[in-house]
Every structure is written in C-alpha cells, then in structure tokens.
Design a binder for this molecule. Structure first.
Ligand code: BES
Ligand code: ZN
Length: 393
C-alpha cells in the first residue's frame, strides 16, 4: 500500500514536471530574438510582414491551419511637426490621424484632462489649447476642444519624455504631443501667441492578422495578442511578450483536444487604433457570437504591478483565480475597465473578455522597449491555459 502510494506520488510528480515543462524557455527565447531582430514591427512594413510570416511558419510546424486576414486602412505619418512660441521652437509629435495644418493662434491652457466640464467658463475659441495627457483618449480631448471652438491641440505628456499617440482614426483638429519637460512651461503660457505646424501625410497600410486553428467549425474561445509595434520602438514588452506567449501556448496545446475549440489570433494594426481586432470582429460575426471567451495578452514581460493584472469579465476572472492559485501566481483585478487593446472590440460585441498584463513599463512605446522576461510570460501563459481548460468543452 505504502509502495503504491509512493509510486503514485512519483508519477504525479513526473506529470507535474512534464506539464510545467510544457512551456519551453529556449523556444520562447528564440521566438523573441526572431521577432526583435527585424526592428519595429510597424504594420504594413517589411518587418511587420516578416513577423507575420515567422508566426505562420512556426504554427504550421506544429500542425495548425494558418490563415492571413488581410486588411487595409489609412494612417498618417509625421514629417516633422513643430510648435513655435516666441523665438522658441519646440519639437512635437503629431498625433496619428491628425489633419495637417499650420495655424497661428493664442495658447489657452485647459485645467483638468480636457473633458467637457473643463471648458465651462473658458474661452477657447480660435485658440490652440494646451491640455494634459491622461483620463480620456486623445480623440475625446480633441472633440471637446473642437466643440469649444479651438483650432489646434497640444497634449502635454504625463510621464517623462514624449509619447507617440493616436486619434485611432481621423481627428477633428490638428493635434500634437509634447514632452512633459517642454510642456511644463507651456502650461503657464495662456494667452501667448504660438504657431503650430502639423506636417502629417496620409498613407495606405496593408496589414494582416494571423489566424491559427486545428478543428473544423467555430471556436469556443479566442486567444489573442497584437504583434505590431510603434515606430521607433522594438516592442519587446509591447507586444512581442504576448505574441510569443500565445505562440508557445498554441504549440503547447497542439496535442490537446482544447486546440480543436480555440482559435489563436495575432492582431496587426493594434497600435494604429485596434484595426486588426476591429476588422476581425467585423468579418466574423458568427464566430464572435459563439465565443465564451476572448483572452488577450498585452505587455506580459515586465512586472510593473507586482502581480499579474487581469481585466474584463468577472466570471472569467474567477476561473483565472482558480488557475492562478494552482500556478501560485498572484492576481490583481483590474476590473471591467476596458484599457486600450484588442479585447475591446470583442467586449463591445458582447464577448466575455479577459485582458492579461503585468503593467505599463517605463519603456512603453520607446526605443528602450527591448526586454521581456520569459518567466513572467510563462506565468501569464499558464494562467491563460487554465482559463481555456475551464471554459472550453
Ligand atoms: N500595449 C498597449 C496597451 C496596454 C496599456 C497594455 C497598458 C497594458 C497596459 C497598446 O499597444 C497601446 O499602446 N494601446 C494604446 C491605445 C490604442 C488604441 C492605440 C494606449 O493604451 O494608449
Ligand atoms: Zn502599444
């Protein structure tokens, strides 16, 4: 009896080892290197194409049927915008989707985050408004400014350095961001005349989602991550981390019946305004209607929160908690707050979603985004796998 028990324990131990070892760090490291070697995976560029090809080739090796979903959209490119205040020329980044234009007007500083109520008692007609980043999306800030009669908008970064932002579509008035350092001075210059020169040109982007599946018929769940990155950032944490974790999960599950019921999707054009996920949802209404869950992994390679952050559906969070307890991973509930990533179009279509992230690191959208920790990615991946095991039948 005792011997049997001992043997049982050994067997269980071996199974746990085999199971835990299903994610291999060597493979994930190779994937990370392959993705980062191309430079920023900006949608529609050769590096973006190469990344999509790499994912497809890896997935085919383990027996998946891989399909590209091509789509196009227009994007603006900044050809060097600037803001002149007196003799001082300040370098600014045009918001993606901003109309081009050169305008001379007084600066008007907006208190708060640029919500509708921040304009009561403020005359912004004919002005270039200066507003802080945060609280509401850039597009929302621009709409409020335009409604108040402003001609242009300067958004001051709420973190050191500058930021590349997007309207996620076309903006109503020319809009730019400035670094926190440069912006600080502007916040005290209401009434000063300035010249804002926004030099954007628009270009047509040819992008592709990568979709991997094994079974026939519609999936019960989608596991996704965006694989594109912004101009000038290698995108290791944002989001080679999620890309590689989903790829490794697809490999890991290739032998499991679960993979018959799950589609793995790598979204393109996320950074330009969730284009890939919006196009996917629009093109696959039947698939979307039948989904029990959409899990989205975005920025899972650097621990900022001290815990694995999960946002979205409360029931899915409960399942993730069970999985995390087994994996000894601590979770932080990010609530239903939507966040800006590819789960949003699914949530808006009524799909229960769960968004996985270790948080927004200091190198977000910067040239320094070069590192992702495989151990953290594996933890996120294991929790996600546990959710799939509990959701899919
Ligand atoms: N990876 C980010 C989203 C994110 C933020 C994940 C914080 C985890 C923590 C994503 O690529 C991104 O940059 N999203 C934009 C919005 C999007 C519509 C362009 C953002 O959050 O500003
Ligand atoms: Zn991003």
């Amino acid at each position: 009896m005792q011997r049997l028990l001992a043997r049982g324990l050994v067997l269980m131990g071996t199974m746990i080892l085999a199971w835990a070892g299903a994610f291999t760090s060597a493979r994930m490291n190779a994937d990370l290197r392959a993705l980062l070697s191309q430079g920023p995976r900006v949608a529609g560029t050769p590096a973006g194409r190469a990344a999509g090809d790499y994912l497809a080739a890896e997935l085919k090796k383990v027996g998946y049927t891989v399909e590209f979903q091509p789509f196009s959209y227009s994007r603006t490119r900044d050809q060097g915008s600037n803001l002149k205040v007196g003799d001082k020329e300040i370098q600014v980044n045009a918001l993606s989707g901003s109309p081009a234009g050169r305008l001379e007007a007084p600066l008007v500083v907006v208190m708060g985050m640029g919500r509708a109520e921040d304009y009561t008692g403020l005359n912004a007609r004919g002005a270039i408004v200066v507003v802080r980043r945060g609280g509401i999306p850039f597009l929302e800030k621009a709409h409020q400014a335009a409604t108040a009669g402003a001609l242009g908008m300067v958004v001051v970064n709420n973190a050191p350095g500058n930021v590349r932002g997007t309207f996620g579509g076309g903006g109503p008035i020319p809009g730019v961001t400035v670094s926190q350092e440069e912006g600080q001075a502007l916040l005290g210059q209401s009434g000063t005349r300035a010249v804002l020169d926004v030099r954007t040109v628009s270009e047509e982007v040819q992008a592709r989602n990568v979709i991997a599946r094994r079974g026939i018929g519609n999936p019960q769940a989608i596991l996704g991550a965006h694989y594109d990155s912004v101009v000038g950032a290698p995108g290791a944490n944002d989001n080679a981390s999620g890309t590689v974790t989903v790829l490794e999960l697809a490999r890991d599950l290739a032998q499991s019946p679960i993979s018959q019921r799950v589609w793995f999707v790598w979204f393109d054009g996320e950074e330009d305004g969730l284009w890939g996920s919006r196009k996917f949802v629009a093109a696959n209404p039947d698939v979307v209607r039948g989904l029990r869950a959409m899990l989205n992994l975005d920025m899972v390679g650097i621990d900022v929160l001290g815990k694995l952050g999960l946002g979205g559906d409360a029931q899915l969070f409960g399942l993730a908690q069970q999985s995390a307890d087994l994996e000894q991973v601590s979770l932080q509930d990010l609530g239903a707050n939507e966040g800006g990533s590819d789960h949003v179009p699914f949530a808006q279509a009524g799909v229960p979603v769960l968004f996985f992230t270790w948080g927004l690191d200091a190198n977000y959208h910067q040239p320094g985004d070069k590192i992702a920790d495989i151990a953290l990615m594996m933890q996120a991946g294991r929790v996600a796998r546990g959710v799939l095991e509990r959701v899919v039948q």
